[in-house]
Ligand binder design. Structure first.
Ligand code: GCW
Length: 687
């Protein structure tokens, strides 16, 4: 399979006025830590050289220097050529792994990238290339950035047969027929994610099946080593998903009880062997006691006992265990209105706060359910005070249109990260104003074992993400974990320029499509926080009762009078999991935000929203508006014919057509259902 270069698009020219080329790339490294990071530094130089060649057509001379006044001979500052200096420095401001500073030294006609670590030098080099394509003058080559989130991670749900769970961009480029694939696409991918600062990647699905269980055994050792070597060049740490039941499935034991001595010895032997062969391996991601996966509960143990057993074994290697909190009862009786899936993560993990080893990080989905187009923030953020935490987003668009629909998710992630948890310190005092972002970037608890993960949206499609516009989510996620202070508009602008160049018309149209796409999707699918009206199994397209009478704990409780799940004091009590004042805000109908109303409460169809509109009329109107908007998005794209590469134009148009049709189907299915169920006609007489 061939691939395209996404935002590393070599066709986008240099936008800096008067800049014609680069004479020399100077590398200055006299920093003590350089030795072991040499490979990443080499990559930084190599990437800079590659960018110079792509941007200016001619190569630059590469030189190691010992002092910055060693200016190359023969360079004439007035000929439109500059030098680039990459320098590893020992400055406290650049100490954080990955931090860099870019500046332009006009006296020496030199663009400078300074960093305290090899990763910083690499990220700075990529950013310098990006700035060459985004700014108009040399003086704008100015940026200092310290990565906010220590772990910036992608989770692949790739299976070893080559399929991808919830994958919408072709097949896996890591696995095929139970083997690991290593080809030029491997490096192209790692390069792409490193260019936006991703530093960690889990290559296989959390639902670990047969062959993948053996990834930790000698069978896959040499391929894993090769893969780790490629990851290492780009400063990306390799992680695997682990099968908690491996001692039974491949170890021949009859238990995987984490407190059983034999189980422990089995793991120790296998993992010691693995880490000594593949020292670059950084750790494991684990889904346990969840949706049929085995876990500690089977043996009457808790999740801290399960996670710590593995964590203690890999601690000597600096290894990390990332333990998912997606644990809930997926065999619920829909008639039971007290059990609430939304409560489950908090109920399961809050009591274990403080019990996990230092190298365990809990990975918590952004919302309490499962990546619906709109969910409240998981109350577990703000509940845990003494446990390392990471947030899990999903850029694979499982519930947001499966990369057939455009849904730019960065505005949603911004809202979630900005949510104030009103967390209290260990003594019970409120830590004023702390947000989810503060918690997962380690500011609240001053820790480094934390960060952000996203279930990734890539596959072996030529453009990596199926829908070309879905690449903005991959790019945006990387940028956001590096610098959560960026706005969604900043990110959108960067991505559009790097991908399509600086055509104003293209910019305006793509920006309009991206920025309206999430609200649009929400309007025609499941507004007011209700979620789940999708076809069971594949999760695509409308099916109001698809999950209503199932065992998955996903209900909207619509009857002839009203709809929504009552999660307040008189309902499941979920709202009580939030700290004050959030808990009162959600509890009271007068203050509960409209967009989450049906998630939090069961209300009559005639209930009036803050806007004064009734719930039922809002449902009708929003579906009509959303569908209209989907058509408008498609029509505006048509205006770009001839301004965008033909194949990209056609690929996107094909999907926008599918989206417009699907939005109509959502509108008609949902509106007819509620017209019938409520008996209340549409004020505008459309249904
Ligand atoms: O959203 C659900 C998905 C499953 C997934 C699970 C999870 C990997 O439908 O496909 O399994 O979440 O997050 O573990």
């Amino acid at each position: 399979m061939s691939y395209e270069s996404a935002w590393l698009n070599a066709d986008i020219p240099c936008s800096v006025a008067g800049l014609k080329g680069v004479e020399s790339i100077l590398l200055k490294v006299d920093h003590a830590a350089a030795g072991k990071e040499e490979r990443i530094i080499e990559t930084a130089v190599h990437e800079t050289a590659r960018a110079v060649k792509e941007l200016f057509g001619t190569a630059a001379e590469e030189k190691r220097i010992t002092a910055t006044d060693e200016i190359t001979s023969g360079r004439n500052a007035s000929d439109g050529r500059i030098d680039i200096l990459l320098e590893l420095v020992g400055e406290p401001a650049l100490d954080t792994d990955g931090a860099y500073r870019i500046s332009y030294n006009s006296a020496a006609s030199r663009a400078e990238v300074k960093a305290g670590t090899a990763r910083g030098l690499l990220y700075g080099s990529f950013r310098l290339t990006f700035l060459f394509k985004m700014v108009s003058s040399l003086n704008e080559l100015s940026e200092e950035s310290v990565p906010a989130s220590p772990l910036r991670m992608l989770n692949h749900w790739d299976n070893m047969d080559g399929s991808i769970e919830r994958g919408y961009s072709g097949k896996s480029f890591f696995f095929r027929d139970d083997s690991i694939i290593i080809d030029d696409r491997t490096e192209a991918y790692v390069r792409m994610i490193a260019s936006v600062g991703i530093n960690s990647c889990v290559i296989n699905n959390v639902n670990v099946r047969t062959a993948a269980t053996r990834l930790i055994t000698a069978d896959y050792r040499s391929d894993l080593k090769k893969l780790a070597g490629i990851f290492e060049k780009y400063g990306v740490d390799l992680y695997l998903s682990l099968n908690f039941a491996a001692p039974i499935e491949i170890g021949g034991l009859n238990t995987c009880d984490p407190l059983d001595g034999q189980v422990r010895s089995w793991w120790k032997e296998v993992l010691d062997d693995l880490f000594s062969d593949v020292p670059q391996l950084k750790g494991f991601l684990i889904k346990a006691d969840s949706e049929g996966r085995p876990g500690p509960f089977t043996y009457g143990r808790d999740h801290a006992q399960g996670a710590n057993m593995l964590a203690d074994i890999i601690a000597p290697y600096g290894g990390i265990i990332i333990w998912r909190c997606f644990v809930y009862n997926c065999k619920q009786d829909w008639r039971d209105t007290k059990t609430d899936r939304a409560r489950a993560q908090y109920d399961n993990f809050k009591p274990l706060d403080g019990k996990f080893s230092d190298n365990v990080i809990l990975q918590i989905k952004n919302g309490p359910m499962d990546f619906q187009p709109r969910e409240p923030v998981s109350p577990l953020f703000g509940g845990l005070k003494d446990t390392h935490q990471m947030i899990e987003f999903q850029i694979a668009q499982e519930y947001t249109g499966q990369q057939k629909h455009v849904c730019f998710l960065i505005p949603e992630f911004k809202e979630i990260l900005g949510f104030k948890t009103y967390i209290r310190d260990k003594e019970g005092r409120p830590i004023k104003d702390d947000t989810v972002c503060d918690i997962v970037t380690g500011r609240t608890f001053k820790n480094k074992n934390c960060g952000m993960a996203a279930v990734t949206n890539t596959g072996d499609d030529a453009n990596w993400t199926g829908h070309d516009l879905a690449a903005a989510n991959l790019y945006g996620f990387g940028r956001l974990c590096f610098n959560p202070a960026l706005t969604a508009e900043d990110i959108e602008k960067e991505w559009i320029t790097l991908t399509f160049g600086d055509d104003k018309e293209v910019f305006l149209t793509v920006s309009y499509i991206l920025s309206t796409s999430w609200p649009t999707y929400e309007k025609y699918s499941s507004p007011l926080g209700v979620g789940w009206m999708v076809n069971p199994g594949n999760h695509y397209g409308p099916n109001v009762d698809g999950y209503e009478f199932s065992e998955w704990g996903t209900y909207h409780r619509s009857d002839s009078r009203g709809m929504g799940v009552e999660r307040g004091k008189d309902g499941t009590g979920y709202i009580g999991q939030y700290n004050e004042p959030n808990s009162s805000l959600y509890e009271k109908l007068e203050t509960c935000p409209d967009e989450l109303l049906l998630f939090m409460h069961h209300v009559p169809y005639t209930y009036r929203l803050h806007s004064g509109k009734t719930v039922i009329q809002y449902i009708y109107d929003s579906h009509y508006e959303g569908a209209e908007e989907a058509h408008r998005m498609r029509d505006s794209w048509i205006g770009l014919k001839g301004r965008i590469k033909e194949n990209v134009y056609e690929r996107v148009l094909e999907r926008l057509n599918i989206q417009a049709d699907s939005a109509d189907e959502w509108r008609d299915t949902i509106c007819s259902y509620y017209r019938e169920k409520s008996g209340i006609p549409d004020e505008k007489g459309r249904i």
